[in-house]
Design a protein around this ligand. Structure first.
Ligand code: ADP
Ligand code: MG
Length: 410
């Protein structure tokens, strides 16, 4: 049997050196104006709650996308990525609009477009990218790409938005618009908020209730697994995503239908104490019990997320384990968005010594997380790797994820 595959993060100085070298190879003349980065993220708990006005709790990975960028006097954008070396990208900002640009550069040009739309003066640039955030693993390489460029453009344009949390919420909004309107991928802002607003040793409690200001909707919560002798382990299942789009839309539609029957604007209005009454009220229009299961997940998941945040804020990190495992069971049985690979990681990790484990992200593939006592990481990793091999599945990849800094320069 081969040894488990690790996806190590780069030391920040190595990431910076990589993009400086790539810049020198890609563009003539002076070097870049600077180097910037933004992290990938994992959601600790609170899944499928964002579009139900609920809570979620992401944290930033030490895995980052690095950018070296040099401002231009005109409005041309030229891009090179170490991940897509055969696809250098070029466009004029004046030509960027919804539906007009294709390829990976849309995520980048979209950020410049959105900042310009918000009234900022933004010019063109030459830039290179390199990243140790895996693509399509549910760890949000796309948001890390957008956010790394957002802080770079912010800096070279003298906008100063990255200097404080309020300004960062504006950069989050620009990145969200870039992904939705220019890259054409639906996202609710969770990923961009995590990449832009998380800090070392913290998680970000995001509250999607309407009526909160952008700053109010994200509160930092201290989260230091190491203080409890634990490691946050991420497992990229490498499972092929199938049918994801239709499933996501179907879940959203069920939640909207349930809210309509219950006469509420969103499912956050159903507090846990009223859950049984709500389920009884749904029953006459819910022959197969699907709506009841979806609502039970959404209501209990926000309750678990609040409890998780309280535990970690109070320094009781190990006590979140059962909440994680309960979240997974709810996603598997009530929300029905897990898959064989995710279940295998969770069951195997818990049996091998994890204090808790769950799928993270939208489901049907992507990654799972486990909180593991430091001394048991090797055993958990070997057990998961062995279980995948025994089941004939593609080998998974493993990441260690101490809660890390949000987007910045250097
Ligand atoms: P993820 O879960 O990783 O965010 P997405 O499908 O949302 O998956 O985003 C992945 C896409 O983002 C890639 O297909 C590519 O277009 C773009 N992308 C992300 N990082 C890079 C990079 N370093 N270089 C080029 N493109 C990138
Ligand atoms: Mg993405």
């Amino acid at each position: 049997p081969s040894s488990p595959q690790w996806l190590d993060s780069w030391a920040p100085a190595d990431g910076a050196e990589r993009v400086r070298t790539l810049f020198a190879r890609s563009f003539e003349g002076a070097g870049p104006d600077g180097v910037w980065f933004a992290p990938g993220r994992v959601n600790l708990i609170g899944e499928h709650t964002d579009y139900n006005a609920g809570l979620c709790l992401p944290t930033a990975l030490p895995h980052r996308t690095y950018v070296a960028l040099r401002a231009r006097q005109d409005d041309v954008v030229r891009l090179v990525s170490a991940q897509t070396p055969d696809e250098p990208w070029e466009a004029k900002l004046a030509d960027v609009a919804p539906g007009t640009v294709r390829g990976w550069g849309a995520y980048v040009a979209g950020v410049a477009w959105a900042l310009a739309r918000a009234g900022h003066e933004v010019r063109g640039f030459d830039a290179v990218v390199d990243s140790c955030v895996p693509f399509g693993a549910g760890l949000s390489s796309s948001a890390s790409l957008e956010c790394a460029f957002a802080v770079a453009i912010d800096d070279v344009s003298g906008l100063g938005l990255a200097a404080d949390d309020e300004g960062r919420t504006q950069l989050v909004e620009a990145c969200r618009r870039a992904e939705n309107e220019i890259a054409g991928a639906p996202t609710g802002g969770l990923d961009q908020s995590a990449a832009m607003r998380c800090g070392e040793g913290t998680a970000l409690l995001l509250d999607f209730r309407p009526g909160l200001s952008a700053v109010e909707s994200g509160q930092p919560v201290p989260f230091e697994p190491a203080s409890g002798g634990l490691e946050l382990l991420v497992v990229d299942t490498r499972a092929p995503h199938a049918l994801v789009d239709g499933q996501y839309g179907a879940r959203r539609a069920s939640c909207e239908r349930a809210a309509e029957i219950l006469g509420v604007d969103n499912l956050r209005e159903i507090v846990p104490a009223e859950l049984d009454d709500a389920l009884a009220k749904l029953a006459p229009s819910d022959d197969d019990g699907v709506l009841a299961r979806r609502v039970r997940h959404v209501v209990t998941e926000t309750e678990r997320t609040a409890a998780f945040a309280e535990h970690v804020a109070g320094g009781r990190v190990a006590e979140v384990g059962p909440l994680m495992t309960a979240s997974h069971a709810s996603l598997r049985d009530d929300y029905e968005v897990s898959c064989r690979e995710l279940d295998l990681v969770v069951d195997t990790a818990v049996r091998a010594g994890a204090v808790g484990a769950r799928m993270t992200g939208g489901g049907f593939g992507g990654s799972a997380i486990a909180l593991v006592p430091k001394g048991d990481v090797g055993r958990v990793v070997a057990a998961v790797d062995g279980a995948f091999a025994a089941a004939g599945l593609t080998p998974p990849a493993f990441l260690l994820a101490p809660p890390s800094a949000g987007a910045g320069n250097g």
